[in-house]
Write a protein that binds this ligand. Structure first.
Ligand code: MSP
Length: 659
């Protein structure tokens, strides 16, 4: 383990030297829709960006999609559409998911972007011209899932350990990158830069891998086998291996080779990944950079895997957790807090609805929510919402300040080192101390004694100050909650006392006289629901939740699961003039009973791509269970009522979410 003084030194060096921060996530493959795993990495990157901004840094945060290669071409083929139309659709799903989680990257890069393609080709040409790429025949064990050749040693019972299928023996002529040439240089670099790969277990894993001779990397695929990729500039009959193309996104996204942001941000580049893609990032990428003649990135942060109910998340098991569903169910701040608090960075974690509910009810509603509501309610009651001036301090006040300052320094250190779970733990120790401070100092008893007004004011001032510091440190994790807290405490958005750790991260900056504002409860408790009920329970607007002005919130709108449904069969229902029985795909098959018979014949319905509310409680109509509702507009045409179904373009796949 790295010592805490060493960690503090790194945190200090980073905060001193780098007024700039450049953080990246992996660019995600577009062969699957966004899920909890992608969301976690991107939440971490967004939280880190916000934290660095809070520290006064200029920040560049990049994510995006990886759009070439076998897997993508196959996925497009399965949907019967061209690869470009396919990648456009899934890439947009990723881009549209992030704002729902309050994630706002500065750059969303796609490997099909023209400038990216040009830079990849320029780099290939340079490395080829200097003799680090050569042509050779190769026989190897190729795993399609990994999109790479595996070594015998990596196999487990003859299978790829990640995909549990045997790799295919392939012999073909290809281009190779002389990765082996840079092996020793990489080993030396890792030894002399202890912070290069963190946490330490992954650094050790890489060093142990590097004890064996490194093979050169096959960086091409013949166009006879794959055309969906970037052509090699020196041989048109090959496309570039997807990893050689994808890793370069970290340069192209900031304008390499001559963009201003490249000069500013490359020297501070930090990559964030999960353990599945350690080898490409810790071995291929640094050796590629050495060959290109560029300095290496500063840190590679590696986290573990989210499992669902102790098993790997997978489409075939059907346990894939969709970020949009989580936001609709719990709200984005709760999901951000839960994922950051629950996963010890570097280790695997287990996802479960029960754990989210427990964290929300206990940490958020009970601890933080109560501290906020009790303290502000007392300020409202005893001083009319005006923060009073503090009187002389007693040891209990000094202890509170000390706990606050320990929390602030732990917070800086842990967040700089991607130990968010530990940082949040310290914040909650502070929350718990502040709650105890209320109990021990009994402001209600002080208020009842006219001789103790000074003491009451000191206690209330200290509580207001605790809330301000909490707002500050929680803003990177729960931005929407922090925004409400800022307003509740009477500060203007962006006031450095609640928006800058440098300027606001010390005790005593709440100005006496500032007026608190009444705000809604921060975290309403959730009544316990069973996981199996979660999917069924998503009413658009819950009873009593509707705002008085008749408007619904974004979260309430998000709770409606609107999807594209493809009608695969339709028939009339005996004895009904109005109803049609439809079989639709969303993408699983559902039966829908719809009042369409007066406007559409069954034959006209088959093949239509319509919009459906997919999370409506099933209803029985003419004895048939209807599992969804279609959207349509009624209008008068030539004096007659007509009905038109809302529909989408035929390129949109069944089951696509409408948002
Ligand atoms: N396209 C490559 C990355 C190229 S980067 C130059 C790729 N894409 S991916 O879609 O498979 O994304 C992998 C990443 O998604 C992981 O490294 C991690 O960031 C995230 N996760 C995917 N599943 C995950 C879990 N179950 N748990 C945690 N994170 C996971 O690899």
């Amino acid at each position: 383990m790295r010592s805490s003084s060493e960690r503090a030194r790194i945190a200090e060096a980073l905060s001193k030297n780098s007024m700039n921060t450049y953080i990246t996530t992996p660019i995600y493959y577009v062969n699957a829709e966004p899920h909890l795993g992608h969301a976690y990495t991107t939440i971490v990157a967004d939280t880190y960006s916000r934290f660095c901004r809070l520290c006064g840094n200029n920040v560049r945060f990049q994510t995006g999609t990886d759009e070439h290669g076998d897997k993508i071409a196959e996925a497009a083929g399965r949907e019967g559409i061209g690869p470009k139309a396919y990648v456009d659709r899934i890439s947009a799903l990723f881009r549209d998911t992030w704002p729902q989680l309050q994630i706002f990257p500065d750059t969303f890069i796609r490997t099909t972007d023209r400038d990216h393609i040009k830079t990849v080709q320029d780099i290939l040409q340079k490395v080829y011209d200097q003799g680090d790429i050569y042509f050779d025949e190769y026989s190897g064990l190729y795993c399609k899932g990994c999109e790479r050749f595996l070594t015998e040693k990596e196999l487990v019972n003859g299978n790829c350990p990640d995909h549990q299928v045997p790799p295919r023996e392939i012999t073909e002529q290809n281009y190779f990158f002389r990765m082996s040439k840079y092996q020793q240089q990489l080993i030396d670099y890792i030894h002399t830069h202890p912070e290069f790969i963190t946490p330490e277990r992954y650094r050790n894993e890489v060093l142990s891998f590097l004890q064996e001779p490194l093979e050169d990397l096959c960086i091409s695929r013949p166009t006879s086998r794959l055309t969906w990729g970037i052509r090699l500039p020196f041989d048109e009959s090959f496309v570039t291996y997807v990893w050689f193309d994808a890793l370069i996104n970290y340069l192209t996204g900031i304008g390499y080779p001559d963009g201003e942001d490249y000069t500013r941000y490359w020297p501070v580049a930090e990559h964030l990944i999960a353990k599945d893609i350690l080898k490409p990032h810790a071995i291929y990428w640094p050796t590629m950079l050495m060959a290109i003649g560029l300095p290496l990135f500063t840190r590679l942060h590696v986290h573990g895997y989210w499992n669902v109910d102790e098993t790997k998340m997978s489409k075939s098991i059907g346990n894939v957790v969709r970020p949009g569903d989580l936001v609709a169910e719990y709200g984005s701040d709760t999901i951000r807090y839960f994922t950051l608090r629950e996963m010890s960075f570097g280790l695997d974690a287990s996802f479960g609805h029960d754990t989210i509910i427990a964290r929300k009810n206990s940490d958020l509603a009970n601890d933080l929510g109560n501290l906020f509501s009790r303290s502000t309610a007392m300020l409202m009651k005893y001083t009319g919402g005006l923060v009073p001036r503090s009187g002389p301090l007693v040891p209990a006040d000094e202890e509170l300040q000390l706990v606050a300052s320990v929390m602030l320094s732990r917070y800086r250190e842990t967040f700089s080192n991607f130990q968010f779970h530990l940082g949040l733990q310290s914040v909650w120790e502070f929350v718990s101390h502040a709650n105890k401070y209320i109990v021990r100092n009994e402001p209600w008893a002080l208020a009842a004694d006219p001789g103790k007004t000074d003491r009451l004011h000191t206690v209330l001032y200290n509580l207001a100050e605790c809330l301000r510091l909490l707002t500050l440190v929680l803003s990177p994790v729960m931005p929407q909650t922090a925004e409400k807290m800022v307003a509740g405490l009477g500060f203007a958005a962006g006031d450095p006392r609640v928006a800058s750790l440098e300027q606001g991260g010390v005790w005593g900056l709440t100005p006496p006289g500032i007026k608190l504002q009444k705000i809604e409860v921060l975290f309403p408790r959730i009544e316990k629901i069973k996981p199996e009920e979660v999917a069924a329970k998503k009413p658009a607007v819950q009873k009593g939740q509707r705002e008085e002005d008749g408007l619904i919130t974004f979260e309430q709108f998000q709770a409606v699961d609107l999807r594209v449904a493809v009608v695969v069969a339709a028939e009339r229902i005996a004895k009904s003039e109005k109803l049609l029985k439809l079989t639709v795909k969303v993408p699983e098959e559902r039966t829908v009973v719809a009042g369409l018979a007066e406007f559409y014949s069954p034959e006209e319905m088959v093949g239509r791509r319509v919009l459906m509310v997919a999370n409506l409680r099933p209803a029985r109509l003419m004895g048939i269970e209807s599992q969804g509702m279609l959207l349509a507009a009624k209008t008068e045409v030539d004096g007659k009522q007509r009905l038109f179904l809302a529909a989408v373009n035929e390129r949109v796949a069944a089951g696509s979410k409408v948002s």
